[in-house]
Design a protein around this ligand. Structure first.
Ligand SMILES: NC(=O)c1ccc[n+]([C@@H]2O[C@H](COP(=O)([O-])OP(=O)(O)OC[C@H]3O[C@@H](n4cnc5c(N)ncnc54)[C@H](O)[C@@H]3O)[C@@H](O)[C@H]2O)c1
Length: 282
């Protein structure tokens, strides 16, 4: 097991009331970690904690209700984590998808970037100071998206926020490696299409899953196996998109620059067919 995933150490998870955040909380509880869980949806967080306590009796779980774009909430999250024990893992998972196009509503851009990027950066900065002073191993997992890598059209604000998270986490991994060797590791968790309220509003943990998406529990398990094998890019598939197809999509994206093709040529009328041929059979 990755040394940051260990019994009695603290796992801090944002956006932990539902979806991938909740599934990671369950997975960390299985490892007997203490949990500090944050979410702005107070009733959903209380329900999540109730569920966790009944599944893992005797576990230590502390809620921090509130919006992580607030400095006071972030400070409270840090304080609760410090007073719970040795902090081993910060999972920056909370995000929203409601975005805007490139020339769209700038108020919406700002509010999405505040959550998906700024709050994550501020938490990362706050926690690294504490992790750096601890003797034991720890990890920061930032949750990105394939939309931050191949940046498809449709929701520019979300794609920009996730591209920013990707670059930030790459830079973080480098900085931590230089400063702390392997004492603190950084990881970019890249979920595929996942069955959560983000994609399926109104569904609950007990709802029946359609075929294409992965379950959030699969993403949580993939995070653990990826950390265990020392992966930085913890890339998830889903039941529609194979690893090979993702690789072709990423290659095509980079080749746009190398071959000076039109921007986002995968969706360009003159290039769509070329991409279809490039990705045939995978
Ligand atoms: N579901 C997918 O298919 C998918 C794919 C790629 C990446 N992701 C990423 O995975 C992560 C989790 O996604 P999910 O599908 O579980 O999302 P979700 O919307 O189902 O759950 C997100 C949780 O975060 C909380 N949250 C949102 N903004 C917050 C804020 N400002 N302060 C505190 N809590 C806040 C919400 O209340 C909610 O409980 C996100 O970073 C998302 O971008 C998801």
């Amino acid at each position: 097991m990755h040394p940051a995933i260990r019994k009695d150490a603290v796992a801090v998870i944002t956006g932990a009331a539902v979806g991938i955040g909740y599934a990671i909380a369950e997975r960390m509880a299985q490892e007997k970690m203490k949990l500090v869980l944050s979410d702005k949806n107070a009733p959903a967080l209380m329900e999540a904690i109730h569920r966790l306590r009944s599944k893992f009796p005797g576990s230590t779980i502390h809620p921090v209700m509130g919006d992580i774009t607030s400095e006071a909430v972030r400070e409270q999250l840090h304080q609760v984590a410090v007073s719970t024990g040795e902090i081993a893992i910060l999972i920056n998972n909370a995000a929203i998808i409601a975005g805007a196009g490139p020339s769209g509503n700038t108020t919406q851009w700002r509010s999405l970037m505040e959550i998906n990027f700024w709050a994550l950066l501020m938490l990362q900065e706050r926690f690294i100071k504490t992790l750096g002073h601890q003797q034991s191993h720890s990890a920061i997992v930032n949750v990105g998206s394939k939309e931050g890598i191949t940046t498809p059209p449709g929701n520019a604000a979300y794609a920009v926020s996730k591209a920013a998270v990707r670059v930030l986490t790459e830079q973080l991994a480098h900085e931590l490696r230089e400063e702390f060797a392997d004492k603190i590791s950084a990881h970019l968790l890249i979920p595929g299409y996942t069955f959560t309220p983000m994609n399926f509003p109104g569904t609950s943990i007990d709802s029946i899953k359609p075929k294409a998406p992965w379950r959030a529990e699969q993403v949580a398990e993939r995070m653990v196996t990826g950390m265990n094998t020392g992966e930085f890019y913890i890339f998830c598939e889903d039941n529609e998109v194979t690893r090979e197809l993702d690789q072709r999509r990423m290659q095509w994206s980079v080749d746009d620059l190398i071959h000076n093709r039109p921007a986002l040529s995968r969706w360009h009328p003159d290039w769509k067919q070329h991409f279809a041929e490039f990705s045939k059979g995978v």
